[in-house]
Design a protein around this ligand. Structure first.
Ligand SMILES: C[S@@+](CC[C@H](N)C(=O)[O-])C[C@H]1O[C@@H](n2cnc3c(N)ncnc32)[C@H](O)[C@@H]1O
Length: 503
C-alpha cells in the first residue's frame, strides 16, 4: 500500500494548529527583526492541508485573506471542499493535487504553511516544496515548514524499524495499525531502554494516524538542522527562527561578529548544538527568501514592546504575589510552566482572566502593576526584569504573541449566538471545533449539540430544556437545576473560547 492510499484510509486528524497561525508567525518574525505582511489580509497557501481543519478557520477569521490549500488525498481534499461549500466561504479553496506538480501560475503568497509534510515525502517532493517556497513566497513573506530532526529521532529508529519489519505493508491501513499495536505489546515485554518504553507508552495513547504516519509511513526521514539549512540556501531561502516552543532560552552570543554572513553561521551552529543538547525531535522553521529586505537575528526581547499577548493558563494553588517562589501554571494541553517573579504571576493572572483577548505590552505591564497594588504589594515594575520574564514565557509558548490587541470576550447574553463556523463544526462528525485562538476545543457530544443550537434565536431556558431533552435521550436524567448549571458552564466555555457573536 502506498502512502497516499494510507492517507485516504486513515486520514490524518485535520486540526487547527496554533503554531501555524500567520499572526503568530508575524509576531515571532518581529522578534527576529523581520517585518512580515499583515496577516489579516494575507495570501495564505497551505501545502498538504488534509481536509482544511487548519486552513478553513484561518480563512473564516480573516475574511480579507485569500487562502489556498493543496492536498494529494482526494478523500481529504473533497471533505474540505464540501465543508467550505456548506459554510459558504469564498476566500478559501482546497485543490486536490500533488504539490510537486503545481502550475507555475499559482501566484504569490505572504504565508506558506507546510506542517507534517516535509519529512514524510520522498526527496523529490521535498525539493519541490522548497522550490515552491522560492517561487511563490512574497518578498517579505514567511514560510513555515515543520520537520523531524535526526538528533531526537536517532534513538527511536529501532522502534520504527521493528514496526516496519513486523507489520505487513500490503494490508489496509486500519489492519496494519492493529498489527502495530500487537507488535508494541511484544516489544514492551522484550525491551528495556527507558526512552523506547516511554515512546511505546505514548504511542498507545496517541491518535492512530500519528503512529501510522510517523512509524509505518514509507517515508519518515529526520534530518539535521544543518542539512535543512543547507537545503534552504540551495533554494535561495533562509532560516528566520523557530516557531516551536523553546525549552531552553539562551541568549545567543554573536561574538561581536561584524560580518552578517559569519554572524548567521554562528547562529546556525548554535541551533544545531541546541538540537544535540536537547535531543530535539521536531522543528517548526520560519523561513524567508534569501533576498528578503531584512537580516534576521536570534529572537530578542526588545521587540516584545511592539506586540500584544494572550494566554490560557491556570494555577491550582493560591498565587503568591509577595514572594518570588516558583509556582506552576498549566495550559489546556497539560504543559506546566514554572514562574517565580511576582509581577509575571500577576501578568499571567490578567491574561488568563481576559483570554482570548490580547493585551499590548504596555497594557499588560500596567495591568500587572495594578494587580500588585490592589493586592497590597506595592512594587515598582522593573521593565527590564518584566521583559526578560515575559520573553522566557513567550519562547516556551506559555504566552502567545500576536501583532495587535483584541478581541473582547462576548457575554452569552439572553439569546447566545455562536459563529457559523463553530456551529457547522459542531454539527459535522469528524470535525473539531476551533477556538478564536486557533485551538482545538475538546467538546463532548452534549457540548457539540448545544453549540449547534446557538443561532441567536433561542433563549437560555429554551437551551436548557433542549439540553435536558438531549441528555434524557442519551439515557442521562438530570434535575433541571443541574442541567441549567451545566448549560451555563458550557456557554461560559464557548464565550471564553471566543465562539460567540453579538446578538
Ligand atoms: C501528516 S499529514 C499532515 C496534515 C496537516 N498538514 C496537519 O499537519 O494536520 C500530511 C498530509 O500531506 C499530504 N501530502 C503528502 N504528499 C503530498 C503531496 N505530494 N502533495 C500534496 N499533499 C501531500 C497527505 O495526503 C496528508 O494529508
Amino acid at each position: 500500500m502506498d502512502t497516499l492510499q494510507s492517507y485516504d484510509e486513515l486520514p490524518y486528524d485535520s486540526l487547527p494548529l496554533p503554531e501555524t497561525q500567520p499572526d503568530f508567525l508575524a509576531a515571532l518574525a518581529r522578534l527576529h527583526g523581520f517585518d512580515a505582511p499583515d496577516p489579516t489580509c494575507a495570501r495564505i497557501l497551505e501545502l498538504g492541508c488534509a481536509s482544511g481543519g487548519n486552513l478553513i478557520p484561518l480563512a473564516w477569521r480573516w475574511p480579507a485573506s485569500q487562502c489556498v490549500g493543496i492536498e494529494l488525498s482526494r478523500v481529504q481534499a473533497e471533505a474540505g471542499a464540501e465543508f467550505i461549500r456548506a459554510l459558504g466561504l469564498s476566500n478559501v479553496r482546497i485543490v486536490h493535487g500533488d504539490l510537486a506538480a503545481l502550475s507555475a501560475d499559482l501566484g504569490e503568497f505572504d504565508y506558506i504553511i507546510a506542517h507534517g509534510v516535509f519529512s514524510w515525502v520522498p526527496p523529490a517532493v521535498q525539493e519541490a516544496l522548497l522550490e515552491l517556497c522560492r517561487r511563490h513566497l512574497a518578498p517579505r513573506g514567511i514560510a513555515y515548514i515543520s520537520f523531524n530532526v535526526a538528533a531526537g529521532w536517532r534513538s527511536l529508529e529501532p522502534l520504527r524499524a521493528a514496526l516496519l519489519a513486523r507489520t505487513g505493508a500490503d494490508q489496509p491501513a486500519p489492519a496494519r495499525y492493529e498489527a502495530a499495536l500487537r507488535v508494541l505489546d511484544e516489544l514492551e515485554a522484550q525491551w528495556t531502554d527507558p526512552a523506547l518504553l516511554k515512546e511505546i507508552a505514548y504511542l498507545r495513547t496517541a491518535a492512530p494516524s500519528y503512529l501510522f504516519h510517523e512509524y509505518l509511513a514509507e517515508f519518515n526521514a529526520p534530518l539535521e538542522f544543518g542539512r535543512f539549512d543547507a537545503a534552504l540556501a540551495a533554494h535561495a531561502l533562509r532560516y528566520v527562527g523557530e516557531a516551536g516552543p523553546r525549552h531552553a532560552v539562551v541568549e545567543f552570543d554573536d561574538g561581536g561578529e561584524a560580518d552578517a554572513r559569519r554572524r548567521a553561521e554562528r547562529w546556525r551552529d548554535a541551533e544545531a548544538a541546541l538540537d544535540a543538547a536537547l535531543a530535539t525531535r521536531f522543528r517548526r522553521a520560519l523561513i524567508a527568501r534569501a533576498d528578503a529586505p531584512a537580516d534576521p537575528h536570534p529572537a530578542r526581547a526588545d521587540a516584545l514592546r511592539e506586540l500584544a499577548f494572550y494566554a490560557d493558563l491556570r494555577c491550582d494553588e493560591e498565587i503568591d504575589l509577595e514572594q518570588a517562589t516558583e509556582q506552576a501554571f498549566l495550559n489546556p494541553a497539560g504543559n506546566t510552566f514554572r514562574v517565580a517573579p511576582p509581577v509575571m504571576k500577576a501578568a499571567l493572572m490578567v491574561l488568563s482572566a481576559r483570554y482570548p483577548a490580547a493585551l499590548t505590552y504596555a497594557d499588560l505591564q500596567a495591568a500587572a502593576g495594578s494587580v500588585m497594588v490592589d493586592c497590597g504589594v506595592v512594587a515598582e515594575v522593573d521593565d527590564g526584569a518584566f521583559r526578560t520574564a515575559l520573553f522566557q514565557l513567550v519562547m516556551a509558548h506559555a504566552v502567545m504573541p500576536t501583532p495587535s490587541a483584541g478581541p473582547v470576550v462576548i457575554d452569552p447574553g439572553s439569546h447566545p449566538r455562536a459563529n457559523a463556523l463553530a456551529r457547522l463544526q459542531a454539527r459535522s462528525p469528524g470535525w473539531v471545533v476551533s477556538g478564536r485562538r486557533h485551538v482545538a476545543i475538546d467538546l463532548d457530544a452534549a457540548g457539540r449539540a448545544l453549540l449547534a443550537l446557538l443561532d441567536g434565536n433561542r433563549a437560555l431556558p429554551e437551551l436548557s430544556a433542549a439540553m435536558q431533552a438531549w441528555l434524557a435521550a442519551a439515557g442521562v436524567d438530570l434535575p433541571e437545576a443541574a442541567v441549567n448549571e451545566l448549560t451555563a458552564r458550557q456557554l461560559w466555555l464557548f464565550a471564553r473560547q471566543g465562539l460567540l457573536e453579538e446578538t
